[in-house]
Design a protein around this ligand. Structure first.
Ligand code: NAD
Length: 284
């Protein structure tokens, strides 16, 4: 029997809002924590936008379940209050190591003993901030993909010190919330999915910044040549260009730096964040 019922999601951004919604839709008690009222308003807006999306996608669900999920969700800018009775905290804050370390240290000082901590980080491994989290046996990664209601995989990856009990409880939680758990047996940057996807995205941005081919051509080649539904730049728009920027900025090659610069000056500074804002490499 699973006891992970009260769920707190840290960060109500692109992924955090989806993780929270997916859990509430499947009957969990969900709280979103974010830094201030402005961020919470943005999170609330993201949650409301998911109501018609889920209604359309989940045709087998009882009528009104999406609206009920949205209405049931609590939002808070008070960390201690947001996690006071949490069974599971899922961290979905920006992909910045020092920030994650700081937030896990703050979390450790206020969360109850029972709480399992999970990170949704795409590019880091949980042992990078296990010390700050301070509960090695109840700390692991639970990694979701964007458009969670369709791409419903959840990669579960512990550190060497994660207990089997916590791991199993999180696998069970994933199943209960409509996810297809991918059991990752040891720490691997990028898990399974991004170990495959990131090299593709990096290769495509290198082709682009080196002027080898334009965005549409690269996407067309990938779709036509492999039968895939989306090209890499369409994927960038789905992932969100802020996350793309954080990843490129942390990269080590001249192409990473050039891509980060293009993302900043041509996209982020102009309010183009990808699908979520209506425009990225493409218009929506
Ligand atoms: P995002 O920028 O859309 O959202 C981040 C949220 O965190 C914002 O609401 C922001 O206000 C909030 N935040 C900032 N500082 C905070 C703090 N100190 N405490 C609490 N909240 C804080 O980012 P995102 O795309 O949702 O990514 C979040 C995490 O999820 C990253 O670790 C990323 O690697 C991972 N992830 C993203 C995707 C994706 O496709 N976007 C997919 C899988 C995993």
């Amino acid at each position: 029997m699973n006891t992970l019922t009260n769920i707190t999601v840290l960060g109500g951004g692109v992924l955090g809002a989806q993780i929270a919604f997916q859990a509430a839709f499947h009957g969990k008690n969900v709280t979103i924590y974010d830094i201030n009222d402005e961020a919470l308003d943005a999170a609330r807006e993201r949650v409301e936008k998911l109501v018609p999306v889920y209604t359309q996608a989940m045709t087998d669900a009882p009528e009104g379940q999406g609206a009920k999920a949205a209405a049931s969700m609590k939002l808070s800018a008070d960390l201690a209050e947001a996690v006071s009775d949490a069974d599971l905290v899922i961290e979905a804050i920006p992909e910045i190591l020092d920030l994650k370390k700081r937030v896990f240290a703050d979390l450790a000082s206020v969360a109850p003993e029972k709480t399992i901590f999970a990170t949704n980080s795409s590019t880091m491994v949980p042992s990078q901030f296990a010390a700050e989290a301070g509960r090695p046996d109840r700390f692991l990664a639970l990694h979701f993909a964007n458009n969670i209601w369709v791409q419903n995989v959840a990669e579960v990856m512990g550190t060497e010190r994660t207990s089997q009990e916590a791991y199993d409880a999180v696998v069970e939680y994933a199943k209960e919330t409509g996810m297809d758990p991918i059991l990752v047996k040891k720490e691997q940057p990028g898990y399974v999915l991004n170990s495959l996807l990131v090299p593709l995205l990096k290769a495509s941005s290198a082709l682009y910044v080196n002027g080898v081919a334009d965005v549409e051509t690269i996407d067309h080649a990938w779709r036509k040549g492999t039968g895939a539904q989306s090209g890499p730049f369409q994927m960038y728009d789905v992932i969100g260009l802020r996350t793309a920027y954080n990843v490129a900025s942390a990269g080590t090659t001249p192409e990473d730096a050039a891509f980060a610069e293009v993302l900043k000056t041509e996209f982020l500074d102009k309010g183009k964040f990808g699908i979520a804002s209506g425009e990225g490499f493409y218009k929506y």
